[in-house]
Design a protein around this ligand. Structure first.
Ligand code: ZN
Length: 134
């Protein structure tokens, strides 16, 4: 007999991740390749298209979240170090939570704007504007 806790744990494990489950936030599985101590995210373009972020907007913030310098090479994101795929996925979720999803209405209809050298995440759904640190 399984305990209630065990059953609960099993049920929770079966629940898909929130970003994967909801169509709205559905981001593709990250495709990575490792070569010479570098991590290549092959389908970053597809991911950026989904989260509506430009390479330039994404690169710096994501690099800081991962803690590794990043650059684009022919539409492929190159991280200057080896990063486990699962960790990358978590970092991407962290990026989306902080730089895409609105804190107030939880919608991803946001844009990044700059006013007087301060960057903001502006929500086009509810109008909320949050200062982006970094
Ligand atoms: Zn909002």
């Amino acid at each position: 007999m399984k305990s209630y806790e065990e059953m609960l744990e099993e049920a929770l494990k079966k629940l898909p991740d929130v970003f994967i489950s909801s169509d709205r936030y559905a981001i593709p599985e990250i495709e990575v390749k490792y070569e010479k101590n570098k991590t290549y995210v092959l389908n970053i373009k597809e991911i950026l298209f989904k989260i509506k972020r430009k390479e330039e907007d994404f690169k710096g913030d994501f690099s800081r979240i991962v803690g590794i310098p990043a650059r684009f090479e022919n539409d492929i994101l190159v991280l200057n170090g080896l990063v486990n795929k699962e960790i990358l996925r978590k970092k991407l979720e962290e990026y989306i939570k902080n730089f895409v999803i609105c804190d107030v209405c939880n919608k991803p209809e946001t844009i990044i704007i700059e006013e007087n050298k301060i960057r903001y995440l502006k929500c086009e759904a509810c109008g909320n504007k949050k200062i982006l640190r970094y």
